[in-house]
Design a binder for this molecule. Sequence first.
Ligand code: PLP
Length: 374
Amino acid sequence: MNKPVYFDYCANTPVDPSVLDTYVKTASQCIGNANSVHSMGRASKAIMDDVLAKMADLLHVKPDEIILTSGATEANNLALKGIAAATRHVGKHIVSTSLEHSSVSASLSMLQQEGYEIDLCPLSGDGTIDLEELEDLVRDDTCLVSISLVDSEAGVIQPVNEIRKIVHSHPHTLLHVDATQAMGKTPVDFDCGDTISFAPHKFFGLNGCGVLIKHEHVPLVPQNSGGASTTLYRSGTPDPAMAAACLCALENLYAHQNQWQQHCAKCNAYLRQELTKIAGVKINSPAAAVPQILNLSLSGRKGFETQKALDEKGYCVSVKSACTSDYLPSHAVMAITRDRRRALESFRISVSPLTTLEQCEGLVQAVREISEDK
Ligand code: PLP
């Protein structure tokens, strides 16, 4: 069998050799624990500080506002649970959406069990948050609003500046922005929220690393007990090599994102045009979604059946989040299309600058064959 063709870049990307190189070089340089006060500890700390200063520069934040975690899951957990715990005096009301990754929705379920009231804001037909509904939902006792800037299933971009204005019209309400799927797919301004999360493995960085930007004014209760690290908010031995690898992935992203975006837009336009010619195919991602994500449904087959059939033909695509059952509809597609069958039949294609038009042609042909094979 030929090598499988990857169309699941939103789940993970291959690590860029420059990132891996940076990791290896920095890891072999940093022997001492950056928390140790002896010379080798201080040498590691100096490298860590330098990396954080450069990362802060790139993201236009302060070094102290960067919290490194094990991934976006941990960053989201820390932001949601940490802010909720630190703002009990404001209230126990949180607003979010049905487009969130499970690291957000499951954290919210946990908070609900602790007595928090969770409201999911209705969406407009294009998948964006209905701003009037949001205005009605946010109250003086709302401690937090949590949104994903780009959702992982359909690629909807949220109007974050308008959302921030509404949230901040309540002086004690904070906004968490999950930017994990937004990095490299749409511009991310790190002033868009009070806390912002992302993970470099979505843009050719390493797995096992995440970032939470927590602006200085945001109160946060750490969720790990046990000693200060580079930051009070996340204990454990600092990892300068992982931080340097994350910086390298960010530098690569910032250097190439326009070119990457144009390439993905070409792939997306081709896929949309050719796939809609196939009987039974419906595109679920709105026209304004990021070009890297294309969610579609093939009528007559559950999404996971289409995924399996494509896998057998050598194409790797994905079906909603891996943690939900095959027999449940995609929340995101359901919210956008309000069509349960279509949500059950949905699957996601995701492209990257490494995707070729030839691969896209092959994928279209494979979907066509599956649609004819009923
Ligand atoms: N948030 C979003 C929107 C995601 O798409 C993902 C992963 O797919 C995550 C959070 C979790 O990221 P990680 O795998 O780094 O924990």
